[in-house]
Design a protein around this ligand. Sequence first.
Ligand code: SF4
Length: 355
Amino acid sequence: MASWKLVQKTKQILEKERGTVYKPWGGKITVCLIYPNRYHVGMSNLGFQTLYRSFNSEDDIVCERAFLPDPEDLQEYQDTQTPLFSLESQKPLSDFHILAFSVSFENDFPNILTLLDLARLPLESRLRGREHPLVMGGGVAVFINPEPLSSFFDLFVLGEGEEAIEEVWEVYREAFAKKGGEDKADLLKRLAGIEGIYVPQLYHVAYGEDGRIESMEPEPGFPRQVKRRWVKDLDRCPTHSTLFTPDTELKGMALVEVNRGCPRGCRFCAACFVYHPFRSRSYSLLEASAREALARESRIGLAGTAVSDYRDLLPLCQSIVAGQGGISLGSLRLDNITPELIQCLKQGKDRTIAI
Ligand code: SF4
């Protein structure tokens, strides 16, 4: 039985949202997309929002969301023995077929265990069976290094997940269609056949006394190295905000992703290498995305690893200003700043820029 107080708070959160997707569950694959931090933080995460839109665009998939409860709610969950539930339907996470964690920051790793515990699920993958949801993880913190989480996840999507996840759905649909489902070990082996999918149970990792990995042996038939996926044509995967709420860090702003990777190649920079190679979206697509976003919010945040290296940044900013929109840029390289760009950002009321 869920706490009335927690359910009421969830409904109040939903009332303030625009873009929420509600779908009936009957006969569909149910996925709970989880951000391992508070709602206020997670709802400004563009990757998280993109997955929500992408999963729900599949007719046979229902995707709902869950977040780390606020500290006062965490206490209420514990006091009332309420199992962690999703936002949209307030169903317990253990009722879903799949739990998909979107992990952007290493500091959130401990929260993943808190969330699994609140969901009343065994923490370790080996202790969960066919009767439990499949627990998968993706996001930049995971594909930089999934190993610290390897005991807790059934599988990881390494790299940019847009194309890999379509292949995961194809395999999962076959298992879902089988009467009584498919044995978890068999399903994981089939999923491990997809490029970019890492199933830790199929790899035997030996650690030295200093805690470093000494060896990593795959089970026969599986690759020694799991290749990271990356999307060759970013125009195939438009990435922009689709969910809006005043209860988030970047309220009043719609985010549009401009590019991934960076042409500069600084050796210390993880963002450059995990998103290699440098790719930008076409001007026509970004201009259309920004125009669409301006119908929802008055301010556009242009996101990307190397926004100021985008060839058409000035015309894009000018088109946003011409549409009466405000602009926000995460950061600018000093050698890319021109008087025209500064003038345009001034018109777009961008008041803080990291250089
Ligand atoms: S994003 Fe910045 S730090 Fe990273 S490679 Fe590009 S210029 Fe260097």
